[in-house]
Design a protein around this ligand. Structure first.
Ligand code: SAM
Length: 413
């Protein structure tokens, strides 16, 4: 096995030589957060593998075929309006970089071989999802958080669980040495231990990574996360807002918010004394890019520094859509900016390491809108806003940060 592949198996990151691109397997990258569990590849990757359930695959591909047909019909010469022209210009600028990165991927035959098996990696027959009765719906934290009883809901964290042999010869009995019962909404729930912890809420179980925390609330309560001392603020702030989108399919998956709501995010107050790198996921809509550049970043006190691109491929390495499909590009953009901390002077600024522009992250997409983890910056304190999952060393905030922490997404190690 090549060194690059063995590094990939450990870290989930494959670096292409002389290139600004990396391939990421989010399953392996996320697994670094866990000691007793592994993320289940078959639960992470419900799409873009041939082996997916026939019904869904054909639904997705027939939808995308319909969409492509529509696109083709629409494509007949129609003059681009001013906004579309700017969007097209942005696309033309990034296009050669994406093609070059994609060529790097397609040259790595060893990696392509590994990619085709990513969904069936590890023994998925031991998936914890087996313990969930088929058809049991996932908990809707978004809805539960809105009901009047929300302040009464509690989560139980079971620390130091161990298996004890069953005297009757049946399956082993789980024993917990400490249980903590905490409000699940509008409360910082913390696992400060060096091991992941299993938690229970209503009839479902969740995995909480080591040294991580979540705060589950509506946007209206985010100010509760502002530290009293900015020395306890964050050095990396990743934000994936629920932007309003024309796509009907996305509308039903989570609630969205009009752009002006995001102006009130307290980015400056969440920033560490030594400053923060802010990473914001944006869609390819030109109107949104304009809003971020002209209104949002200035309102947050963020100075733009670089753009990264997430190129989405299928298990065979091909892009999920034609690169030039106007409304369904196979890539998304992560805008990076710097927010100054209170203790930053000009010396501090000149010392801060510049972020390289136009880096490309290639991966096979997971569930709808699920982004690959972007945590390779090694800052001390990280927070994800509008999170649906947890990562070791991070605080996750949003109205459903436990969504992908349910046991059905894991395999017991
Ligand atoms: N980054 C996430 C991932 O990779 O899975 C996806 C985040 S998704 C684009 C946006 C999230 O914001 C959804 O979980 C949605 O429920 C949440 N959200 C929507 N309205 C919210 C609100 N008013 N307060 C807090 N979170 C909200």
């Amino acid at each position: 096995m090549t060194d690059k592949l063995s590094t990939f198996f450990d870290s989930g990151i494959y670096r292409f030589e002389n290139s600004n691109a990396v391939f990421i397997d989010p399953v392996r990258a996320l697994n670094r957060s866990y000691t007793r569990f592994r993320v289940s590849p078959s639960a992470y990757y419900p799409r873009f593998f041939d082996s997916k359930p026939a019904g869904e695959e054909s639904k997705v591909s027939s939808n995308s075929r319909k969409r492509k047909r529509k696109e083709k019909k629409k494509k007949k010469p129609h003059a681009l309006n001013e906004r579309e022209k700017i969007a097209d210009q942005r696309h033309q600028e990034v296009r050669p970089l994406l093609l070059k990165a994609h060529e790097c991927l397609m040259r790595e035959t060893d990696l392509l071989e590994v990619m085709s098996n990513l969904r069936s990696d590890f023994d998925s027959s031991r998936g914890c999802g087996d313990s969930v009765s088929p058809g049991v719906p996932e908990q809707s934290f978004v809805e539960l958080g809105r009901v009047w009883q929300a302040p009464l809901y509690e989560i139980t964290l079971n620390f130091d669980q161990c298996e004890k042999p069953n005297a009757d010869g049946g399956s082993p009995i789980m024993q917990y040495s400490e249980q903590r019962v905490l409000p699940i909404f509008d409360n910082l729930v913390l696992n400060e231990m060096g091991d992941d912890v299993e938690a229970e809420f209503l009839n479902s179980r969740y995995v909480i990574p080591r040294e991580s925390s979540f705060y589950m609330s509506d946007l209206g309560q985010i100010h509760n996360l502002i530290p009293a001392d900015s020395g306890c603020g964050f050095n990396l702030i990743v934000i994936d807002p629920p932007w309003e989108n024309g796509s009907a399919c996305q509308k039903s998956r989570y609630p969205t918010l009009p752009n002006h709501y995001f102006l009130s995010l307290p980015i400056k107050q969440l920033t560490h004394t030594d400053g923060a790198l802010v990473a914001l996921w944006v869609t390819n809509r030109e109107k949104l890019r304009g809003f971020v550049e002209k209104e949002l970043f200035p309102a947050w006190g963020v100075r733009y520094v670089a753009s990264f691109y997430w190129l989405k491929v299928k298990a065979d390495g091909l892009m999920i859509n034609d690169l030039d499909l106007f409304h369904h590009r196979p890539y998304e953009c992560l805008l990076l900016g710097q927010c100054h901390g209170k203790a930053m002077d000009s010396k501090c600024l000149s010392k801060s390491k510049p972020v390289q522009d136009n880096q490309i992250i290639i991966s096979i997409p997971g569930d709808y809108s699920r982004k690959p983890p972007v945590g390779g910056f090694k800052p001390a304190r990280c927070i994800e806003l509008f999170a649906r999952e947890m990562i070791s060393g991070w605080t996750s905030w949003g109205n459903e940060p436990l969504h992908f922490q349910e046991l059905r997404y894991f395999i017991r190690d």
